[in-house]
Design a protein around this ligand. Structure first.
Ligand SMILES: *Cc1c(COP(=O)(O)O)cnc(C)c1O
Length: 633
């Protein structure tokens, strides 16, 4: 069988999860096409890496492709617009980007810039996010939605923004908030636009199903809603009640949950109109999912709908419910975060080393051992065949346990144990080879085959750069970004460089079930091997932590021009060792003087010579200023 680029695309499924933004070019490199692979220019990630390294930035690098973010905002807005026309819906669509999904200045700035054309606004869930949003948006036709628990200062900041002409919605999340809002509005003499966040009974499938449903910690119950309406009536402020909001969770894989949520919310919207509130805005929160595994199904890492289906189902559900009662169509707001930013970032890193699943050569003569352990293993090895594969699986696993036991009780030596180990590995490999041609592979053999993999050590920290992979088993598409014209032959898992055994990627998205290993290429002498983890733009950056004191990676943003050239629009140096030490409260001045004192003391006690002190202190100084990740000489 000849290897082809099509086979590579199939193996990594890039044409599915890549959403036309990522594909493989004729050279076998992964290319990025911010306008889709048909329409616009494509640039090779390997070329970008070379340019980045030439500028002095080491791997790992988080690469942001600005225009992909722009393309996603455009896709969301244009799809809603065309669906609205198609259904003759009378309201408009206005999206907001929830700052919490990626708060980085450059990302929020890009949202404001690319969103300007569509008056795409921002959603803030805290004072910090609100200040960021107010300072970055600069568009008075776009909305700012204030969610989250609000103290007096939060409310005041929002009210000042209203005074400056911004369109702010204050969403009441807990009943107690309304009194404070009324009081501050009166104090500032500003008429606020008020929204209510409600708890829906609808509960979506998926990882975040807890954020919706009646058990959700967020939002008002029906009796709370009635209380708030009564309070507003008392104050003659019901005129400011304009928006209804709900959020049933992120990454909702099933379109029927999205429909059910919209229908349920509309019933309540109808009631609020009947109560006399002016309303006019329905905010459906986030949930628009990303197809991480490319399966287009209702699995947790996917979604069983397209953007067109998402938008049409929302528009159709709203008009179906409200038309029955002649209620004017509201402006539709959604707070899509993940779907807007996930595609625009790729984590790029090099492989530092491989621990291959390669058993050592067997000795010519098998030494005698207790219970004939090695003889039996050798016999099993020679006997593996299609016919007795089940039996050999059982035997091998039995002898493997026996070897461990005998060693523990001092009945075999370390050398004998090593031979046993490599015999077991030889058998595993033989089982794998033989089963390749078998139409039906017994379950035990399948399990054994899964144990045959190499460990590729990647220059990154899972905890810093892919926290969701660690914490909630999020699947992210992962693959080599070059050499795709060569057949990858090594089944592998990827380990990071923290010394934590959880710091590994050993689940890879696949159509049916996640795979336990992926095929990679053997390393070449004198050539770096680069991998990319894709669709990492949502949630990963600020959730990451300083495990083992690996800090922020270098971040590079590129803007792809129509003629196929690209500019480095931002380069942000990652954390130095000095930076991460200061994050954990080290006083760097004191660290330096302690190192100096230690070196001086070492001279006095005769450990080192005075001129070594200079070399040593210089090395520590460079260490403090250096990148926290593995750097090439
Ligand atoms: C997190 C969150 C969002 C974003 O959801 P996505 O699924 O990422 O689009 C939107 N609204 C609220 C209230 C949220 O908490």
């Amino acid at each position: 069988m000849n290897w082809t680029l099509e086979k590579a695309a199939d193996l990594y499924n890039i044409d599915k999860w890549g959403a036309e933004y990522f594909s493989i070019d004729a050279k076998g490199d992964v290319v990025v096409s911010p306008k889709g692979s048909e329409a616009g220019p494509s640039i090779s990630l390997l070329e970008v890496i070379k340019e980045v390294e030439a500028r002095g930035h080491s791997m790992p690098v988080l690469l942001r492709i600005e225009n992909i973010l722009g393309s996603q905002i455009r896709l969301l807005n244009e799809t809603f617009r065309s669906v609205i026309t198609q259904y003759d819906y009378k309201g408009e669509y206005k999206g907001v980007f929830p700052v919490k999904v990626n708060q980085q200045e450059h990302v929020v700035e890009a949202v404001a810039e690319f969103g300007a054309e569509f008056n795409h606004g921002l959603e803030a869930g805290s004072k910090s996010e609100l200040i960021a949003a107010i300072s970055m948006l600069g568009n008075r036709d776009a909305f700012i939605i204030c969610n989250g628990y609000k103290d007096e200062e939060f409310i005041d900041l929002g009210l000042y923004a209203v005074r400056m002409g911004y369109q702010i919605f204050f969403v009441v999340e807990v009943p107690g908030e309304i009194d404070l809002l009324i009081e501050r509005a009166k104090y500032h003499d500003v008429m606020p636009s008020i929204g209510l966040r409600i708890k829906l009974a609808t509960q979506a499938e998926g990882k975040w199903s807890e954020s919706g449903g009646e058990s959700s910690v967020f939002g008002l119950t029906m009796s709370h809603v009635v209380e708030v309406i009564d309070r507003l009536l008392e104050e003659e402020m019901l005129d400011s009640l304009k928006l209804l909001h709900y959020h049933i969770g992120s990454q909702i894989p099933d379109i029927s949950d999205i429909r059910a949520g919209a229908m349920e919310a509309c019933r309540l919207y109808e009631e609020l109109v009947k109560e006399g509130a002016p309303m006019g805005y329905l905010d459906l929160g986030g949930g628009l999912a990303v197809d991480y595994d490319g399966s287009n199904t209702n699995s947790q890492s996917s979604r069983n709908y397209t953007m067109v289906e998402y938008c049409s189902d929302i528009v159709e559900s709203i008009s179906t419910v409200l038309d029955k009662h002649d209620i004017p169509h509201p402006t539709i707001i959604t707070e899509s975060g993940r779907a807007i930013v996930a595609y625009s970032s790729v984590l790029l890193f090099n492989i530092l080393d491989v621990s291959a699943f390669e058993p050592s050569e067997l000795p010519k003569r098998i030494p005698e051992t207790q219970n004939d352990l090695l003889e039996n293993l050798m016999l099993t090895y020679t006997m593996v065949s299609e016919k007795n594969i089940q039996e050999t699986c059982n035997d091998t696993l039995f002898y493997r346990t026996q070897a461990r036991q005998l060693f523990k009780h001092g009945q075999i030596s370390i050398r004998q144990r090593a031979i046993a180990e490599s015999l077991v590995q030889h058998i595993f490999i033989k089982i794998r080879e033989i089963s390749k041609t078998m139409p039906h592979i017994p379950r035990d053999a399948q399990e054994i085959i899964k144990l045959v993999y190499d460990i590729y050590y990647g220059n990154f920290s899972l905890f810093q750069s892919l926290p969701d992979v660690w914490a909630i088993d999020q699947l992210m598409p992962t693959m080599p970004i070059h050499r795709l014209g060569e057949e990858p032959t090594r089944p592998a898992i990827i380990s990071d460089i923290t010394c934590d055994c959880d710091g590994k990627i050993d689940k890879f998205p696949d159509i049916a079930q996640p795979k336990k290993s992926i095929l990679l290429h053997p390393l070449k002498e004198d050539e770096e091997y680069y991998l990319g983890v894709f669709l990492v733009g949502a949630y990963q950056e600020t959730l990451g932590d300083l495990h083992n004191l690996f800090g922020d990676t270098n971040v590079v943003s590129i803007h792809v021009n129509d003629d196929g050239s690209y500019n480095f629009s931002k380069e942000i140096e990652g954390d130095s060792v000095e930076d991460v030490l200061s994050y954990v409260e080290y006083d760097l001045k004191a660290v330096r003087s302690r190192l100096k004192a230690l070196a001086e003391d070492s001279i006095k006690k005769g450990y080192i010579k005075p001129r070594e002190r200079k070399t040593i202190l210089r090395a520590f100084e460079e260490g403090l200023r250096g990148y926290t990740y593995f750097e090439k000489e």
